[in-house]
Ligand binder design. Sequence first.
Ligand code: NAP
Length: 323
Amino acid sequence: MKAIRVKEFGGPEVMRLEEVPDPKPSGAQVVVRIRAAGVNPVDAYMRAGTYPRKPALPYTPGTDGAGTVESLGADATAAKRFKVGDRVYLAGSLSGTYAELALCEEQFVFPLPAHISFAQGAAMHVPYATAYRALFQRAHAVAGETLLVHGASGGVGIAAVQLARAAGLRVIGTVGSERGRKLVLDEGAHEVLDHSAANHFEEALAATGGRGYDLILEMLANVNLGRDLGILAVHGRVSVVGSRGNAEITPRDMMGRDGAIFGMSLWNTTPHELISIHAALTAGLENKTLRPVIGEEIPLAEAARAHTTIMAGGAYGKIVLIP
Ligand code: NAP
């Protein structure tokens, strides 16, 4: 099969399309023929070698993907969840998803409803599982609360808007472009603000009538965390999803509100929690409250361009690679 290989950490150009042996499933493993692979910022951090988790070289990048079941190990066949040809999406793989085939653990493979495209399936795991975990497993969001999705136009942001809207929260999203604004409104935000505007924290507070936010999902904590604490409601929580540097906070902003900051990393999700998250997500796909938005489909051979694009900003839904 063809797969992207990384032999040294570095810029996007270290990703090269090569011929490698086909993976073979054993035990509870499944091989999936990848029709689309999701591109996430973490793939770029890992490739650069700047991420705390460093894969052993050489490796094939990618955790997200969707396609059809190609072959099953004996235990996966006996489990009878899947048969050859079934449409599926993946929550991680053992061999990397920037490839024509991916070796997976059967328990982290999930059915893809007929009305969801392979590209949309490839947009499920990291963005939606992260948004779900940040909202519900970490910050315990409940219906009736007011949420600020700080960075709503990207993969995690769109997922959070759809999940929170379906769960009965009031949702305010922020974006940095006009097309992002339209997208986030279309996907269910009650109101959209521009995070590049100098006064957007004042506008965000005004959108709650001055009461503040029960919950903030933060995509760029190094820029926003300090001021997020000043627009929390009493008992408000910030779930920190993304950060690209240090932040300064005023602890009294939290003390006066009984506020809390939750860190989160999808890597810390237990297998049991992950299976629970994806049970909720597949239900959301089936009942059509979850509709992954694809920003761009890029040929697998141009993976380097996909990484340059995802790190450039101006997000609009998900970027996927097509083998
Ligand atoms: P993405 O698709 O590239 O989207 C990035 C988002 O950040 C866009 O909505 C972008 O908005 C927004 N943004 C840009 N400037 C901002 C600002 N000043 N304030 C607030 N938001 C701003 O990335 P993603 O997949 O959604 O991931 C978002 C972040 O979460 C990344 O840093 C990623 O590494 C991290 N992440 C963490 C976990 C975890 O386990 N903790 C899991 C997944 C992702 P515009 O482009 O419209 O300006």
